[in-house]
Ligand binder design. Structure first.
Ligand code: IFM
Length: 456
């Protein structure tokens, strides 16, 4: 039995620095980020990855989720950069030396600028080009990687780019949301097959861990702002089905429903994915609940351009993060219970909080891990937890201000300083090991959790 994975997650553009050939770099230069920030050197992970992975090892993590940057592999169409490939090989070697089982993400929000110029994820040539990239990654790194995420938060990406205006190119076009979802799904399916066909030999310390390919699914606990309100209840159902469910149905071979009747066009079915599973696990990225508030005849602004609907991120009684997201661990439990119905292994591929002064992260961590522990006790096959994030990083349109790291980055001198919550995470991991050795069963951990909980 594979041991439970205690990990942390990052993504290339948010930490590496100097990713100058992708769409975000361009967008940052165009002044689109808060305070006009630019990712620049980010955390200088490109030069300091050894130090970062040593910290991960010191924290007793046994796994690390990271992404590879397509725009580094292929800065121009058809031009492959061997240096980039070598760097990721070094990164994998470092993971191996430090006992960190790698989970590799192929696509975490950024695309090469040359892809963006052709229409990005909404371009019909996107999936075949992504397949070429995937094959390069598979042939250069594949033998040493047991766990793969094809795409990170595809639904959030499609919405961020073509509805919400918080990702480049930030154009409003509902049709492109559907197209982007379909292309990303197509890319996912091609990558799933390419990994399984292309990884023929395995090497390194995890060569016997079964190869598993999944995707990281952003899930939100949608709730009606007023439980009696019929429109809010109806919108809640729509959002759950569209945002949380459609990708899960698609990757498990059911009918793809990347549209919403009357709001977003339904793209054609992708035949090659019907009737079969194209994932070996499901990754859950969970951060928040969202209330849907119907604002019919109200003079308060609506969030949606076509409906009098507002998304509300908290209630006055909620504890909120520095981004205003309510701390709501019960939602994680609910998402796990929902995903469990699809009958696949689960990883929590992201979960974390923006909390610069580390005032809330410890209790956040404990309360969310309790939900994980409870769901395992109740029969969910959760195989790992990856905290977002190992280190502070570039939080996309929000810039560097939100601090998600277990480890603080001083952006003046790039010093790394583990926060107290990192110490707590280490203690939890050690307690788990002590309690159960290599076993993945977390039931005993509840006792330890209680201990930590009472100490707060
Ligand atoms: O930083 C992001 C990450 O890139 C994707 N998931 C959510 C995180 C926090 O917003």
């Amino acid at each position: 039995m594979q041991q439970f994975l205690w990990g942390a997650a990052t993504s290339s553009h948010q930490i590496e620095g100097g990713n100058l050939n992708n769409d975000w770099w361009q967008w940052e230069k165009d002044g689109q980020i808060e305070r006009k920030e630019q990712s620049g050197l980010a955390t200088d992970h490109w030069n300091r990855f050894r130090e970062d992975l040593k910290i991960a090892q010191d924290l007793k993590l046994n796994s690390y989720r990271f992404s590879v940057e397509w725009s580094r592999f292929e800065p121009q169409e058809g031009v492959w950069d061997e240096n980039a490939i070598l760097w990721y090989r070094e990164l994998l070697r470092e993971c191996e030396g430090r006992g960190l089982l790698p989970m590799l993400t192929l696509h975490h929000f950024t695309i090469p600028k040359w892809v963006a110029d052709k229409g990005g994820v909404a371009w019909e040539g996107f999936a075949p080009k992504f397949l070429e990239f995937t094959k390069r990654v598979v042939s250069s790194l594949g033998s040493r990687v047991p766990l793969w995420c094809t795409v990170n938060e595809p639904m959030g990406l499609a919405i961020g780019k073509y509805l919400g205006g918080f990702m480049p190119p930030a154009t409003y076009n509902p049709e492109l949301v559907s197209q982007a979802n379909r292309n990303l799904f197509h890319a996912h399916v091609l990558a799933y097959d390419a990994i399984h066909q292309g990884v023929t030999q395995r090497e390194g310390p995890w060569k016997d861990v079964p190869l598993a390919v999944g995707f990281a699914h952003n899930m939100i606990d949608f709730l009606p702002a007023r439980s009696w309100h019929p429109m809010e209840r109806w919108m809640t159902l729509l959002c759950r089905n569209f945002y949380n469910r459609s990708w899960l149905d698609a990757v498990t071979g059911q009918k793809q429903h990347f549209g919403i009747t009357g709001l977003l066009p339904n793209p054609p079915q992708l035949g090659i994915a019907l009737g079969r599973k194209t994932v070996d696990f499901i990754g859950i990225n969970y951060y928040m609940k969202v209330y849907l508030r119907w604002r019919f005849k109200s003079n308060q602004p609506a969030t949606s351009e076509v409906l009098p609907l507002a998304l509300q991120f908290s209630e006055p009684t909620d504890k909120v993060s520095e981004l205003g997201w309510a701390v709501y661990p019960a939602g994680l439990g609910r998402m796990i219970r929902f995903v469990k119905t699809f009958g696949l292994p689960i990883y929590i591929t992201e979960n974390g909080i923006a909390d610069a002064h580390d005032k809330m992260r410890s209790s956040y961590l404990v309360s969310h891990l309790r939900e994980v522990a409870k769901s395992i006790r109740d029969g969910a096959d959760v195989r790992g937890y990856f905290h977002w994030s190992l280190i502070d990083n570039f939080e996309w349109i929000k810039g560097f201000e939100p601090r998600f790291g277990l480890v603080e980055i001083n952006y003046e001198n790039f010093q790394r300083l583990p926060r107290p919550s990192a110490e707590l995470y280490r203690n939890i991991i050690e307690a788990h090991k002590a309690a159960r050795g290599q076993a993945p069963d977390l039931s005993v951990l509840d006792t330890n959790f209680l201990k930590y909980f009472l100490q707060e």
